[in-house]
Design a protein around this ligand. Sequence first.
Ligand SMILES: Cc1cc2nc3c(=O)[nH]c(=O)nc-3n(C[C@H](O)[C@H](O)[C@H](O)COP(=O)(O)OP(=O)(O)OC[C@H]3O[C@@H](n4cnc5c(N)ncnc54)[C@H](O)[C@@H]3O)c2cc1C
Length: 417
Amino acid sequence: MDFSHSPRTQDYLKRIRAFMQTHIAPVEAQHLRDIANRTYSADWTQWTVLPEVEALKIQAREAGLWNLFLPDAELGAGLSNVEYAPLAEEMGKSFLAPEIFNCNAPDTGNMEVLWKYGTPAQKEHWLKPLLAGEIRSAFCMTEPDVASSDATNMRATAIVDGDEIVINGKKWWSTGIGHPHCKIAIFMGLTDAQASRHAQHSMVLVPLDTKGVTIKRMLPVFGEYDPPSGHGEVWFENVRVPKTNLLLGPGKGFQIAQGRLGPGRIHHCMRCLGAAERALQLMIERGLDRIAFGKPLVNLGGNRERIADLRIAIDQARLLTLYAAWKIDKAGGMAALTEISAIKVSAPNVLQQVVDAAIQMHGAGGLSYDFPLTALYAHARTLRLADGPDEVHRGLIAKMELAKYAAPRAKPKESAA
Ligand SMILES: Cc1cc2nc3c(=O)[nH]c(=O)nc-3n(C[C@H](O)[C@H](O)[C@H](O)COP(=O)(O)OP(=O)(O)OC[C@H]3O[C@@H](n4cnc5c(N)ncnc54)[C@H](O)[C@@H]3O)c2cc1C
């Protein structure tokens, strides 16, 4: 078993690290100060992009550090999941880096869907500008009125009417919809309630300037609005788009979701582990610098053991995530269902555990905006819900595990009596 990175990964890693240190870190420090100083308000219509971020995107693109997530060698970097995973981890150490390298959710997932399932016209119209970083996108699945961890519950409708699709319903937690450059949403809606359970829903491309699309508000996470992307509540009222905006066809929503299963979760989890590394570093630096009861904080109580346990937890989660990535590369997402769900539980929980310990080591300062720890905590807590809550993934792992014992039933043992 060879644990070393491929030469391509090593080369990209080196360049990403240098770019992040030199260019992104100073801009990010300013961005965090702006958020702390409330330069942004809850009113997303007033949000603007950071000119420094837009300038860095151009620089990143020119440096060839662009669309690295896409396994297409012409449109992206052509990396496998195992090769891209360490790059996602590195980007996860920063709040801004994923977007600057055009590798941020939900755009990456939406681009993958278009790349894999889009018609030539859909690709020309939407994939091209997304890959160029000219526009941004949102994914509208979750609804306020139904338990959305069960995706078959979706009640908002996407009904075929002649040459058009008519869309009605409410969505919320649509990440990225507040971004001034967000132009397109992938909407998941009910098309045929009589069809089999996984053939009822469709995915439709809905330009945000279509009549009947209204962003009602942005939802805060622990009081923060995540500007300039945001998480919006969006109402769709008799929205009509051409039938050609359907992705793959009516009732194919779950087929698409299944087809792109895996890579997005690898990205999320590796970014989580990058964030966990950042939190652990902050914790150790603080613990070495500050003295109480005559000793550096790291040498007090169980702090050394705590640090060791966090190192073990991060490394375990990374190995599991890389194993899941390897399985997807070898045999596809369906062959790695258990591992994909396992990392989706493991990585955000590890991040939450590390950030919590880092906050504790920082004392009261850890809860302030002087350190990025509250933002990292919000990120961890979010990821335990977004893209399927922990319990749903645990349920799937248990189902797969129990299925191993289902058939054939062993003969009852003869009584010893
Ligand atoms: C910051 C953020 C960003 C998001 N971005 C997006 C986005 O871009 N697009 C989008 O469509 N959605 C997005 N979401 C929504 C997210 O995917 C949903 O919140 C998630 O799928 C859960 O759905 P729900 O909130 O309706 O919870 P519910 O379905 O109401 O579930 C509530 C709770 O019930 C319990 N539960 C549910 N199922 C089970 C089970 N099988 N076993 C045991 N317990 C269970 C769990 O504890 C769960 O947390 C985002 C969420 C957040 C917080």
